[in-house]
Design a protein around this ligand. Structure first.
Ligand SMILES: NC(=O)c1ccc[n+]([C@@H]2O[C@H](COP(=O)([O-])OP(=O)(O)OC[C@H]3O[C@@H](n4cnc5c(N)ncnc54)[C@H](O)[C@@H]3O)[C@@H](O)[C@H]2O)c1
Ligand SMILES: O=CCCC(=O)O
Length: 500
């Protein structure tokens, strides 16, 4: 059933319209919801209906898990070289179809087309990195205290993995999990986000095209609410699933951990952030402005590593605010498919409401709006908020405590290094942090003291396939990407040989 009056013909925007699929993918088959129920998927930039998507019940998640379990032995038995070849083919197809994959992503998520294509390149890089890393999952031999005995440790795939991914990176958050899982020899059930299922399904099309065996990659789709919760329960409680890798909010992470305890799931969680972005008085201000823009306004502020609290030294505060306001005021907000648009909508109206609440709360406590500050009501169900810069933001306000997940840059003032570190660390989450300074000793000192999993020094861009991505405190545990990423999908098996 559709709820929107307008509709959009996404297929007509693609040169390969077969990449646009509106059914789930289970055991190598394209399937609707078993009871025929659908939910409407709309474009956040226009409110137009893109497709009616399958609202799958829990029983279909169980079917996908069965398929993944059946496919596991043969996939795990391939050589690492054979699995690597599949990933390289996926990498190459993603590059070849970047325009179409980017268009699908732009239309369902809202990020501008150029940024969406950037995400496809980023997503593809996980295929390339893990194709190579899969060949290097070395074990160990360990000297034994017993005569005539040898200890060998080999790496084996953990088994069937449930991948629960968010809408803010509809492609890359899938490939960041799927690529190491497949390279390690695991099979996967992807629970696609309700807001952006099409990018997940387009990846299933590519898997089908390169001949990934049925059941190795499965994608289940349902709307938010009861069936999503039921899917989460099935993935957590089904004994055939060995691991859950989740990216999303901390409350949902906590719920999955509780549910997963019934079957002792191995878990990797990349949860919310509240990144401090600290600009010292000796910083290169142009570089710092570029860094804030890259970090804060990527995906319209909807990334887990976005600058959320921007601390600027009082000596340079006014100058920095002016420079930032000039740049942010020049952003072009609109439909990401329109040439020249630099910032798109938020993913849904809940996102808009949260930014609005943070702005109003800060202003009521003394902050001033330098740029933006209002939602944009086009009267069509679209979800825009003006890119916003706030100054004189008080120490205590909602944006200091919670992740905004929107295009709001609040500038806090500080004078003292120790004080700003304390304020940065006052958050219960600890994903990323940033600092700008020309002082080498200070950059090391502060980076080591920040209670986060990742620090950017003189850069607002940290994400790459080759780094260990993840957080500390309530931002979760486990690392994605880099040399440790593939380990999350493997188990160490000891083989002790005696009588030699
Ligand atoms: N770390 C990140 O990249 C990230 C991504 C999305 C959202 N968030 C945070 O979460 C806030 C709210 O956004 P949201 O409501 O989309 O987050 P959320 O945690 O509810 O949803 C994230 C994903 O988790 C899944 N999910 C939700 N409930 C589930 C359940 N019971 N079982 C299984 N899967 C479930 C959905 O696929 C969803 O896309 C944001 O404002 C932001 O702070 C963080
Ligand atoms: O928002 C989550 C991930 C963003 C990134 O990979 O930089």
């Amino acid at each position: 059933m559709s709820s929107s009056s307008k509709s959009q013909d996404l297929g007509s925007l693609l040169s390969d319209s077969a990449l646009f699929r509106t059914q789930g993918y289970i055991n190598g088959q394209w399937v609707s919801a078993s009871d025929g129920v659908t939910f409407p998927l709309t474009n956040p930039a226009t409110g137009a209906l893109i497709a009616d998507m399958p609202h799958m019940p829990r029983s279909q998640v169980a079917e996908a898990i069965d398929a993944a379990k059946t496919a596991l032995p043969a996939w795990a038995a391939l050589t690492a070289y054979q699995r690597s070849a599949y990933l390289l083919k996926l990498h190459s197809l993603m590059e070849q179809h970047a325009q179409d994959l980017g268009t699908i992503l732009c239309v369902e998520n809202g990020k501008p087309l150029a940024e969406a294509k950037g995400e496809i390149a980023y997503g593809a890089s996980f295929m390339q990195w893990n194709a190579a890393e899969g060949l290097r999952t070395y074990g160990q031999t360990i000297p034994s205290p017993f005569p005539g005995t040898r200890n060998m440790v080999i790496k084996q795939p953990i088994g069937v993995c449930g991948l629960i991914t968010p809408w803010n990176f509809p492609n890359a958050m899938i490939t960041r999990k799927m690529a190491p899982a497949l390279a390690a020899g695991c099979t996967v059930v992807i629970k696609a986000p309700a807001e952006t299922p099409l990018s997940a399904l387009a990846m299933a099309v590519l898997c089908e095209r390169i001949g990934v065996p049925a059941g190795v990659v499965n994608v289940v789709v349902m709307d938010k609410g009861d069936r999503e919760a039921a899917a989460g329960l099935e993935l957590c409680e089904n004994i055939k699933v060995s691991k859950i890798s989740f990216t999303g909010s901390t409350p949902v992470g906590r719920l999955l951990m509780k549910q997963g305890s019934s079957t002792l799931k191995k878990l990797s969680f990349e949860l919310g952030g509240n990144a401090a972005f600290i600009i010292f008085d000796d910083a290169d201000l142009e570089l710092a402005v570029t860094g804030v823009i890259a970090s804060k306004f990527r995906a319209a502020g909807q990334t887990c590593v976005c600058a959320n609290r921007i601390f600027v030294h009082s000596k340079i505060y006014d100058q920095f605010a002016k420079l930032l306001a000039e740049k942010v005021g020049a952003f072009k907000v609109g439909d990401g498919m329109t040439e020249g648009v630099t910032i798109g909508p938020l993913v849904n109206s809940r996102g808009v409401e949260k930014v609005e609440r943070h702005v109003k709360d800060a202003v009521s406590k003394g902050a001033k709006v330098l740029v933006g500050g209002e939602k944009i009501d086009n009267g069509d169900g679209s979800c825009f908020f003006q890119p916003t810069v706030l100054v004189d933001v008080p120490r205590e306000c909602a944006v200091a405590e919670e992740e905004t997940f929107g295009p709001l840059a609040p500038l806090f003032k500080f004078d003292d290094e120790e004080d700003v570190i304390t304020r940065a660390n006052s958050s219960e989450v600890g994903l990323a942090g940033y600092l700008f300074t020309r002082d080498l000793a200070r950059s090391n000192r502060v980076a080591e003291k920040l209670e986060v999993g990742m620090v950017g020094v003189n850069t607002g861009v940290i994400a790459q396939a080759c780094i260990p991505f993840g957080g500390v405190k309530q931002s979760g545990f486990g690392r994605e990407g880099g040399p440790s990423g593939i380990n999350e999908f493997q188990v160490d098996k000891l083989i002790t040989i005696g009588g030699m």
